[in-house]
Design a protein around this ligand. Structure first.
Ligand code: PLP
Length: 453
């Protein structure tokens, strides 16, 4: 039987020419989207253009991916150059010099002592890789009973099996409990509006919530616990900033009991918190850091884990025959040459354009702007840290998430893009946005909220 094929239709300025039959969209209410499509057709600088021809200020840096804006010719040229030189290198048993050089470069951004980098292709893979490294490390040290992992409520650590297990997203847990890792506990999340609503930066209440880790150690015994994994600022759930002293306490308890501390910095890494990593911003050194997104400005997928030197030394120094693989893990595209080229170009731009200085300016600008919205009806919390911020909005009774969706749509009509998680609206503008652009993002958002309530 002849299969009818759907003709490819070029995206034009006409929304109704997009054939939506086949594409099953990720983390998207697909039925709602088909009735209310949001189709982007181009991106340049800090603006997207949609299929209505509307120019939209990118208030979310893509998906936290694009701090350098869109279409920087320096990134494009680097990728093109690499493509013409060598488009692919087998990731196992071989490498390009540039991937070694990139690993060295990334460690310059990381805290002292975190001197090894394992490359992957996404944040989800970075998280699962870090969990595997934790298991391999303890086993190599002769502490193979350390297999339990500790995550946190509301955490998002990607969509792979390790990540959903240590993550604290109820929908994931409800739907995929059957394939989750056993032996995982969760610390409480730290958001408590009655104690900290409208805090600017780190809330002063909540450090004591770290003590729950001691409770879990008492319950399971440290000899069974491999690692704690935390986002220094919980990004996906809506920019939940750690209470003052909280991360320090977690570090102290982990160190006391020989438990590894992993910071998942897939969103917070490379400037989002106006520092290289959350580790610098909060002055707390983890044993591993996961990264992705901004390392290539979202242009080509890449992620990785930055690892304490002695963890690497322990795993690779287990003895045995040298021709045997010490850590049995990797991906076909680990350290892909095109992603590597994009990452070098991004770090070049960070350095030559002094992007970190820019993040420090925007930290203030965004913080001032978002907190000026306190008192607007419907806004029940405002949070910020670095170049990220979030608003909790009063939900529509009985319809969780509808408020957020309507606000997103109204934002688009008014020329801005924001990020929604249910009824929480997050902002994370590109670092190359001007102060005026960031202020106008927040100003337009305030008009949208005033209209909605
Ligand atoms: N970890 C954190 C903290 C994230 O925010 C995300 C994605 O937003 C991930 C992991 C998963 O990254 P990816 O979607 O690249 O797999």
């Amino acid at each position: 039987m002849k299969v009818e094929t759907t003709q490819f239709k070029e995206v034009t300025a006409m929304q109704d020419e997009v054939d939506m039959q086949a594409y099953w969209m990720p983390y998207t209410p697909n039925r709602y989207f088909r009735k209310n499509p949001k189709i982007m057709v181009s991106a340049k600088g800090v603006y997207y253009t949609d299929d209505h021809g509307r120019k939209l200020l990118d208030g979310a840096s893509g998906l936290w991916t694009s701090p350098l804006g869109h279409g920087d010719p320096r990134i494009i040229e680097a990728i093109q150059r690499q493509y013409h030189t060598m488009d692919y290198v087998p990731a196992f048993q071989m490498a390009s010099k540039e991937t070694f050089r990139l690993a060295n470069r990334i460690t310059q951004y990381a805290p002292n002592g975190l001197g090894k980098v394992f490359f992957v292709n996404s944040g989800s893979e970075a998280v699962d890789t870090a969990l595997k490294i934790a298991l391999a490390y303890h086993r190599a040290k002769g502490e193979a009973s350390r297999i339990r992992m500790i995550g946190r409520e509301r955490a998002y650590h990607g969509g792979c099996v390790g990540g959903i297990s240590v993550g604290g997203i109820p929908t994931n847990r409800k739907m995929f409990g059957a394939i989750m890792m056993p032996g995982v506990d969760h610390l409480p999340h730290t958001l408590n509006l009655s104690q900290m609503a409208f805090s600017r930066g780190q809330p002063t209440w909540g450090a004591h919530l770290a003590d729950d880790l001691e409770r879990l150690v008492l319950l399971h015994d440290a000899s069974n616990i491999a690692a704690v994994i935390l986002e220094p600022v919980q990004g996906s759930t809506g920019v939940i900033v750690p209470p003052l002293g909280y991360l320090e306490k977690i570090r102290e308890i982990c160190t006391k009991h020989g438990i590894l501390l992993i910071f998942d910095e897939v969103i917070t890494g490379f400037g989002r918190l106006a520092a290289n990593f959350g580790a610098d911003r909060f002055g707390v050194k983890p044993d591993m850091i996961t990264f992705a997104k901004a390392i290539t400005n979202g242009v080509i997928p890449m992620g990785g884990v930055i690892v304490r030197d002695d963890i690497y030394e322990t795993i690779t120094g287990i003895g045995g025959q040298e021709q045997l693989i010490e850590f049995f893990h990797g991906y076909t595209y680990s350290g892909h040459p095109l992603a590597t080229a994009a990452a070098h170009a991004c770090l070049d731009i960070f350095e030559t354009d002094d992007i970190m200085a820019r993040t420090k300016v925007l930290d203030q600008v965004l913080g001032d702007a978002v907190h000026s919205l306190k008192g607007i009806p419907g806004i029940i919390d405002i949070r910020n840290c670095g170049v990220s911020a979030a608003f909790d909005l009063e939900p529509i009774a009985g319809k969780p998430g509808l408020r957020g969706m309507q606000i997103l749509e109204s934002c688009i009509e008014h020329g801005i893009l924001v990020r929604i998680t249910s009824d929480t609206i997050a902002m994370g503008p590109p670092f190359v946005a001007s102060s005026e652009e960031v202020q106008s993002l927040v100003e337009i958002f305030s008009k949208v909220v005033k209209k909605a309530f």
